[in-house]
Design a protein around this ligand. Structure first.
Ligand SMILES: *Cc1c(COP(=O)(O)O)cnc(C)c1O
Length: 397
């Protein structure tokens, strides 16, 4: 019999009733160090006092009106995002995949209004993840996500990761945009090099294409800059944001230049909940912390500390780990042992990590993790690695 919750997830045997900073707590009081942060969502950890205050204060005042009216909290958050980034304008969504939907619509509308309605195609990359909506799965294109869900939304092409020749060859008179995660998350924490990002930006300029960046996972301070593309010194035309921006409240956004967004006039797009007072009250509080230079400097310092300790862990356990990759506090442990075994052994050691493709274990701790918690996290990962080694030894015995 089908469970009452649609069984689209194979869930770990864990269930949490409380969160405090970098910790998740089960009913029986067992405390887990959370290096997953709800997949890069709880950027300020669990129950951060500023977010609790913003949420409860707004909850007692006004939850929801409609985008038929002006929403001051939404205006304030848009102004902050515009001031802090390349963007001239922002639309708020409830999730990352809704941001993908708008990014695709915006790019197509841009060329339609520019008198090039044939430019509809978006070129994406193998290993990408853009969410589970129809545009999201078509944009990613993998068999795993699209099988059985056809006919797929047309107008997407796919090229191998970091293969400039294949990318250039895929461009045609039908191409509208190139869509990239500057650091692939689900794909296994694969950063695109600064050099390649610069080359893609130049290619877009040369061929008159829009560059869409998906910073749903790697944005909002995760890599040590407010947005990951800043490391390469480039800017997109359109950017998708979600996950960290709400700190756990469902919130996403599309940021764009005036040029890219020029086709999106009144009546061309909408959302019932997107950017409502409750969501934006929390989003403003997240932004006020994460966009601070001192906060980002701390993310970088702690990222250095964690990375250094992880290099040691990898060196000590070559039968379990191959290397450390990633940027800032978006790190991946490429495994030699099956990544699922490492994640499972982590649960036993009361440390939460997240598997990704390419046999990688993702570490996406709250950006507020402390030095002591970093040390404790690596101790627990050490315990997990030792357990995985014992398992391997039993297998070969
Ligand atoms: C999680 C994610 C999405 C989808 O976000 P949802 O909020 O789950 O719809 C899109 N792109 C990237 C890079 C993501 O990591």
């Amino acid at each position: 019999m089908i469970p009452s919750v649609l069984p689209t997830y194979s869930r770990a045997p864990l269930s949490f009733v409380k969160g405090e900073g970098s910790w998740l707590i089960e009913e029986d009081g067992r405390r887990f160090l959370d290096l997953g942060a709800g997949i890069a969502v709880n950027a300020l950890g669990h129950a951060h006092p500023a977010l609790v205050a913003a949420l409860t204060e707004q909850a007692g005042r006004l939850w929801h009106t409609s985008n038929l009216y002006h929403i001051p909290q939404q205006q304030a958050l848009a102004d902050k995002l515009v001031a802090a980034t390349f963007a001239d304008t922002v639309f708020f969504t409830n999730s990352g995949t809704e941001a993908c939907e708008l990014a695709v619509k915006m790019a197509r509308k841009h060329f339609f209004e520019a008198g090039q309605p044939e430019r509809v195609e978006i070129i994406g990359f193998e290993g990408a993840f853009h969410g589970r909506s129809s545009a999201g799965i078509a944009a990613a294109g993998s068999e795993k996500m699209t099988r059985g869900f056809g006919p797929l939304l047309p107008g997407f092409a796919h090229v191998p990761w970091d293969d400039p020749e294949a990318l250039e060859a895929a461009i045609s008179e039908k191409t509208a945009a190139i869509l990239i995660e500057p650091v692939q998350g689900e794909g296994g924490i694969r950063p695109m090099s600064d050099h390649s990002l610069k080359a893609v930006r130049a290619l877009c300029d040369e061929r008159g294409l829009l560059l869409i960046l998906d910073e749903v996972q790697c944005g909002m301070g995760r890599t040590g800059r407010l947005f990951a593309h800043e490391w390469a010194g480039i800017a997109p035309d359109i950017m998708m944001v979600a996950k960290g921006i709400g700190g756990g409240f469902p919130l996403g956004a599309v940021l764009a230049t005036e040029h890219a967004a020029s086709g999106m006039t009144a009546g061309t797009h909408g959302s019932t909940y997107g950017g409502n007072p409750l969501g934006c009250a929390v989003g403003n509080a997240v932004m006020d912390h994460v966009a601070e230079p001192e906060f980002l400097a701390e993310v970088n310092r702690k990222a250095g500390l964690l990375r250094q300790k992880l290099e040691g862990l990898v060196a000590d356990h070559p039968d379990v780990f191959a290397d450390v990759r990633g940027l800032g506090l978006m790190l991946g442990l490429k495994c030699t042992a099956p990544n699922a075994d490492v994640v499972k052994a982590g649960y036993e050691a009361q440390v939460i990590t997240v598997p990704a493709a390419d046999n990688v274990v993702r570490l996406l701790p709250p950006l507020t993790i402390t030095d002591a918690e970093i040390a404790e996290a690596v101790t627990r990962l050490e315990t997990a690695a030792t357990e995985v080694e014992r398992g391997l030894a039993r297998e070969t015995a």
